[in-house]
Ligand binder design. Structure first.
Ligand code: PMP
Length: 289
């Protein structure tokens, strides 16, 4: 695997960073995951826009403009072997004596990218759907920043794995009403379907604005699927006809079991089938364009 580190391409075995890197010490950095289909980065402009939002959120200057990122990303894609790739990009606040406050300028950020083969979601998962659990969303209040400090997400996701499930759906407790509302998955966005209506939580500070989430809402709008973006109460998740999971690497999957109980009739539903087909067609059309 060829990676990019601070201006150079190299085999991953040769990539080294100093132990005082603030990414290692504090998790002081942000990242992106960009799917690559037929050697073309999918929705690159949108990923670079979200990267800028994350960098602004942690007050770190973007080391490259969009043209420079595009060239580096294309070069990394070309230097790796797969047609479809999972491109990971990571920027930290660089190397400095350990102190929580920012180092004195000029800060030299650490810039790292790697790319590995991106397998298509297994057909049996599309057939059966996936099992999920729910858990209280105990993360910070800036989940819109794609921070490399992922310990809460790591622990929440491991809860799913320990339960033999694929993902944990997060419920932000609401102290005023005693209820709660659904934000997203530990590493994905979640949609609810009820009576033919596709429901999506609003892109606010409590969830990551997913690139796949946007594609799904665009496809719903363009294809006459009734949809609404609004806060989703926890009870609506448990009462859903269908639940859908999206992410760049998993694309779109049906959730057919929640906390051990079937979702709807326990099979991937009609809205899933329609959106999945639309997503595949959209991907193909974008790659041909
Ligand atoms: N929410 C979280 C917490 C994530 O980590 C991810 C990406 N893995 C997503 C949502 C989905 O975002 P995208 O569609 O851009 O992959």
């Amino acid at each position: 695997m060829t990676v990019y580190l601070n201006g150079q391409f190299m085999p991953i075995e040769e990539a080294r960073i100093p132990v005082l890197d603030r990414g290692f010490i504090f998790g002081d950095g942000v990242y992106e995951v960009i799917p690559v289909y037929s050697r073309r980065a999918f929705r690159l402009a949108e990923h670079l826009r979200r990267l800028q939002h994350s960098l602004d959120g942690i007050r770190l200057a973007n080391p490259y403009n969009d043209g420079e990122w595009t060239n580096l990303i294309n070069e990394l894609i070309a230097r790796n072997t797969s047609e479809d790739q999972y491109l990971y990009l990571h920027i930290t606040r660089g190397v400095a004596r350990r102190d929580h406050a920012f180092p004195k300028p000029p800060v030299t950020p650490t810039i790292f990218m790697m790319s590995s083969p991106l397998p298509a979601p297994p057909p049996e998962l599309l057939q059966s759907g996936i099992a999920c659990i729910t858990a209280p969303d105990n993360r910070w209040l800036r989940c819109d920043i794609k921070s490399i400090a992922l310990l809460p997400n790591v622990l929440l996701r491991q809860m799913a794995v320990d339960a033999g499930c694929a993902e944990t759906i997060l419920i932000r407790p609401e102290s005023v009403t005693g209820g709660g509302f659904m934000t997203e998955g530990a590493a994905s966005n979640i949609f609810v379907v009820k009576n033919g209506m596709l429901l999506a939580p609003p892109k606010d500070n409590l969830m990551l604005p997913g690139i796949t989430y946007d594609v799904v809402l665009e496809l719903a709008a363009a294809n006459g699927i009734p949809h609404e973006v609004r806060k989703i109460a926890a009870r609506e998740v448990f009462d859903a006809d269908e639940l859908l999971l999206t992410s760049s690497t998993k694309e779109i999957l049906a959730i057919t079991t929640l906390d051990g109980k079937p979702v709807g009739d326990g099979k991937p539903g009609a809205i899933f089938a329609k959106l999945h087909r639309l997503y595949q067609n959209f991907k193909r059309d974008v790659m041909r364009a």
